[in-house]
Design a protein. Structure first.
Length: 359
């Protein structure tokens, strides 16, 4: 069964997609699509399921659409298997109200910005290109896709704060993303990318533990204020600003950190501990702090807050930077660096800045 026939530009037709895909299968005889459990499903069914995802996540589906979607699922066991695959991979379809990230990615609705159009192209690749590639269908595990699909996220140079249902304050740093999953047994925050400052609240009658999960393990606050950061080197960094947290690496022994301590850990265990420095929480105040930091390291940190490329030439990389700089005007930081260091700042475009030796 299919949704109502409407203009192709405004709503997908899963039934038509299935017939079209079947026709292509007869001509080119490509193989079936493999689901997460390793079992195959016809490509036409996978593509029809992808269209149902697009429609249901658009925010424009009607009650009739939902009824016909349920009928499609019940029409054949492979339809239900394909849909269960979608739910298992995305982890987003238990509530068909569709989070904002999926409505933004959806091919439906008005085209407001180039960014929205780009995200729709990404969804198209996920639904169709991923299946056509034979490398697995709807694989949503790459970092960029996870960021787009997250419950809350920030762009480059952006910081945003939310207060959760239990009173917990969550402040996301630049280019960060987090998922919220409050279940019956725990309150789970999945840090998908970037950095977050969390201040827990003592909610009356709340017995579920609050857990922050990253790719390297879990962090359990013990009534506290703390920062968690996912680093590019496959490490999670934790800085405790008040009270204590327990670090639980995926495969290593747990460790408790007290206020004023910070540590980094991999999946195998905690790698190092140290005292919290001024730089660790500076971003919470809208600042970046450098204390005799190499220029190339300072530029790498600065790059997190500015769209485009900031390049540090090798001949000046060793120079040292100290100071407190506001993050709301990165261009002024370039001006300050040129005043105190023997460097020249060259901007080829707004998105390409080079720091090299002053002539």
């Amino acid at each position: 069964m299919s949704p109502p026939r409407v203009a192709a530009a405004s709503r997908p037709d899963p039934d038509a997609a299935a017939h079209g895909a079947a026709s292509r299968t007869r001509r080119a005889t490509p193989g079936p699509v493999m689901l997460r459990d390793g079992a195959p499903v016809a490509r036409a069914i996978a593509m029809a399921a992808a269209d149902w995802v697009t429609l249901l996540m658009s925010g424009e589906s009607t009650e009739a659409d939902r009824t016909r979607w349920q009928a499609w699922r019940a029409a054949h066991p492979d339809h239900e298997r394909a849909w269960q695959h979608v739910e298992a991979v995305t982890g987003r379809l238990q509530r068909l109200e569709g989070p904002a990230a999926y409505r933004t990615l959806s091919a439906h609705g008005p085209v407001a910005t180039a960014e929205r159009a780009a995200r729709r192209r990404m969804l198209s690749w996920l639904m169709w290109g991923g299946a056509a590639s034979g490398a697995g269908w709807l694989t949503l595990r790459t970092a960029p896709v996870q960021r787009l699909a997250a419950d809350h996220r920030t762009g480059t140079g952006e910081q945003r704060q939310w207060i959760l249902d239990d009173g917990t304050r969550v402040l996301l740093n630049t280019a960060s993303a987090i998922d919220i999953d409050f279940g019956p047994h725990e309150r789970l925050l999945r840090l998908v990318a970037g950095e977050v400052c969390i201040e827990t609240a003592a909610a009356a009658g709340e017995t579920r533990p609050l857990i922050v999960q990253t790719a390297q393990g879990r962090v359990r606050p013990l009534g506290t204020r703390f920062i968690v950061r996912c680093d590019a080197e496959a490490l999670t960094s934790v800085a405790v600003l008040a009270q204590a947290v327990e670090i639980m690496p995926a495969q290593g022994a747990p460790m408790t950190l007290r206020a004023g301590q910070r540590a980094s850990f991999s999946r195998a265990g905690v790698q190092d501990t140290a005292a919290v420095g001024d730089a660790d929480a500076a971003w919470v105040r809208g600042q970046i702090v450098a204390d005799h930091l190499r220029l190339d390291a300072f530029v790498a940190e600065l790059s997190r807050y500015r769209t485009g490329l900031i390049r540090c030439a090798p001949e000046v990389a060793h120079l040292r930077v100290s100071g407190v700089y506001p993050l709301n005007d990165i261009d002024q930081i370039f001006v300050a660096l040129a005043r105190v260091l023997p460097v020249r700042v060259r901007q080829r475009t707004r998105f390409w800045v080079t720091l090299d030796a002053r002539a």
